[in-house]
Design a protein around this ligand. Structure first.
Ligand code: C5P
Length: 205
């Protein structure tokens, strides 16, 4: 059983994917972390994330980097979205993601292009979305919980910019797969969103 979960930043896809992984007892890969690791590796090495060669060199990261708490920051997300637009970077990370999806017992992956590029034959595909305002408010609450005060307006601008970059790039843009189920979490609690996601996946089995 392969489950693909895609959607924009702060849509709730990570929370839903983790809950699905626990529910179905499947290994889970957060593919955004890979792009975040590439970006952080480039910046730490003094490279320029917009430069395709620097970005490609950043794909040679030590797996220990995947545990770095800095990967979770807004900055790391923004840099990830810059390096992820380079076709060579995407190509360098494809095999690793497809290998994960091909695990014998099945797997669940979340990202932007899982249902379209990485696992187009997934058994169930969810496209998770939420309005930009709701996403900015969620990020605000999450960051406030960590003692970081960033205004909702600033976060809204960052989210819109990341959406624009991820949806308009030429290679593997953020788009709902034709056979994906849409789950809008704007007005849903986490519990309800997870229940709906399980119902949608069950209906595909
Ligand atoms: O999901 P997350 O917000 O951690 O992803 C960070 C960035 O990595 C995204 O904004 C996107 O540009 C990129 N990404 C991608 N393809 C994926 C996962 C993430 O392009 N499968």
């Amino acid at each position: 059983m392969i489950i693909a979960v895609d959607g924009p930043a702060a849509s709730g896809k990570g929370t839903i994917a983790r809950a699905l992984a626990a529910h179905y007892r499947l290994p889970y890969l957060d593919t955004g972390l890979l792009y975040r690791a590439v970006g952080l590796n480039v910046v730490r090495g003094g490279g320029n994330p917009s430069d395709p060669d620097d970005a490609l060199a950043g794909c040679q990261f030590d797996d220990l980097l995947l545990g770095d708490p800095k990967l979770r920051s807004e900055d790391a997300g923004a840099t990830a979205s810059i390096v992820s637009a380079h076709p060579a970077v995407r190509a360098a990370l494809v095999e690793r993601q497809r290998d994960f999806a091909a695990r014998p017992g099945g797997a669940i992956l979340d990202g932007r292009d899982i249902g379209t590029v990485i696992a187009p034959h997934a058994d169930a595909k969810l496209f998770v979305r939420a309005s930009p305002t709701v996403r900015a408010q969620r990020r605000h609450a999450e960051m406030a919980g960590m003692g970081q005060m960033v205004s909702v307006d600033t976060l809204l601008a960052e989210i819109r910019e990341r959406d624009r970059r991820d949806s308009t790039r030429d290679t593997a843009p953020l788009v709902q797969a034709a056979d994906a189920d849409l789950l809008d979490t704007s007005l849903l609690s986490i519990e309800t969103a997870v229940q709906r996601a399980i119902a949608l996946v069950d209906a595909r089995m």
